[in-house]
Write a protein that binds this ligand. Structure first.
Ligand code: GLN
Length: 314
């Protein structure tokens, strides 16, 4: 890097990125495995940054809410690690899978132990750990509350129509959960875990919400604005490592190559990213690559780290 980036320029930079990426919209395909997501406008583009010292910058459609889908897996992983600690790693690995997010093939070969917590099978194990540990409460309430507090927005909610749709079309997720049950890697009743998982995927948030909610992972596990310790420093480092290596499924290597920060995508078109020590970032644009990651969102993040030098490899 020649000149260090002055972060007073962040607002102007986000505007420039949206202006540069908007004309390239039109590549990729909106998720169509459920009708509720297929109806989303592919021409949306939003980006938001929240810094560890509490400044927020937004551009484009950053205040519109969308289905967070697999981004929820980062929050549930945090909760499960706090609830069951390192025992979780007996049940789920931490290697990139190199396979699609909902693949069944590897799970059979590897005897019901998912490769990592950010593919669907792994996230189902994580949700099972939460369901098993919060038996007295509806577990989804604990998950929603956790995310509301992280986002400092009590209005964060579940889209009931998406949740119903996920359930009605959840054949693959149901197959994954049942296969793991057969291998003894699912403690709670399969339907309870699936219902909780479908509901967590159906949470709707904006880029502004998400960039705030992920801030604890940019600050060693402690929310820098409330002072609340969410997870240990080691735990935060590990989640960031897993996001970097596994957060984009079989395109995780390509994302690290192009963008270079820990991040997690969802098929709603959102991506949440962490610049350790500095900020949380969220982007949203619904059209997806064949691997299920936002095409324009990835491009926007690529421009962001190129302009700021905030890749972790800089
Ligand atoms: N609800 C989606 C599924 O389970 C989430 C997948 C994703 O966002 N990649 O298939």
């Amino acid at each position: 890097m020649t000149q260090p980036f002055d972060d007073a320029e962040l607002g102007a930079l986000l505007d420039r990125i949206v202006a540069a990426v908007l004309p390239t919209l039109g590549q990729g395909k909106v998720a169509d495995y459920i009708p509720a997501l297929a109806a989303v406008d592919p021409n949306k583009l939003g980006i938001a940054v929240t810094t560890v010292d509490g400044r927020q910058f937004v551009a484009g459609d950053a205040r519109e809410t969308f289905s967070i889908q697999s981004i929820s897996k980062v929050f549930t992983l945090t909760m499960a690690l706090e609830l069951v600690g390192d025992d979780l790693w007996q049940r789920v690995g931490r290697e990139p899978s190199g396979t699609p997010f909902n693949s069944l093939v590897q799970l059979e070969y590897e005897r019901g132990i998912p490769r990592n917590p950010l593919i669907n099978a792994g996230a189902l194990v994580v949700t099972d750990a939460i369901v098993a540990a919060t038996a007295s409460n509806p577990p989804i309430k604990a998950i929603l509350d956790f995310i509301r507090v992280r986002a400092a927005n009590p209005g964060v909610r579940i889209d009931g129509e998406v949740a119903q749709s996920e359930k009605a079309w959840g054949y693959r997720n149901s197959a994954l959960a049942n296969l793991m049950k057969a291998f003894g890697n699912m403690k709670s009743p399969v339907n309870e875990v699936l219902d909780t998982y479908f509901s967590q995927c159906s949470i709707v948030m904006s880029c502004a919400d998400l960039s705030r909610a992920i801030l604890y992972l940019a600050n060693g596990g402690t929310d820098p604005l409330s002072g609340e310790k969410i997870i240990s420093e080691q735990g935060a480092r590990r989640i960031n490592a897993i996001m970097l290596t596994c957060g984009h499924y079989d395109a995780s290597g390509d994302f690290a190559f192009r963008v270079g920060v820990p991040a997690k995508s969802g098929v709603g078109g959102g991506i949440v990213a962490v610049v350790p020590g500095r900020m949380g970032i969220a982007v949203w644009s619904p059209a997806l690559s064949p691997q299920g990651n936002s095409v324009a969102g990835t491009r926007a993040l690529e421009q962001f780290t190129a302009a700021t030098g905030y890749s972790i490899f800089e």
